[in-house]
Design a protein. Structure first.
Length: 79
């Protein structure tokens, strides 16, 4: 059995984590300089980012499981 789908899934989580760390730094810089008028927009984007990450975790996990159920992998659920 190949570990390719799992490695790709973990790599995707790493990309999300790096992008979140980078965007959090940008948000802190915007707050530090005082360029924001309203904090509601920043909270909304944090909610959107968190929802996107959770959807990636759920549907990415389903995708990885389905990859192992394909005919190319021996021992899957489909015979």
């Amino acid at each position: 059995m190949s570990a390719g789908p799992v490695i790709g899934y973990v790599f995707g989580i790493g990309i999300f984590a790096a992008a979140g760390w980078f965007l959090n730094g940008i948000k802190d810089a915007i707050l530090g300089v005082g360029l924001h008028q309203n904090n509601d927009v920043l909270v909304f984007f944090q909610y959107v980012w968190t929802a996107t990450f959770i959807l990636f975790l759920i549907f990415g996990g389903i995708y990885v499981i389905r990859q192992y159920n394909e005919k190319s992998y021996t021992g899957g659920f489909r015979q």
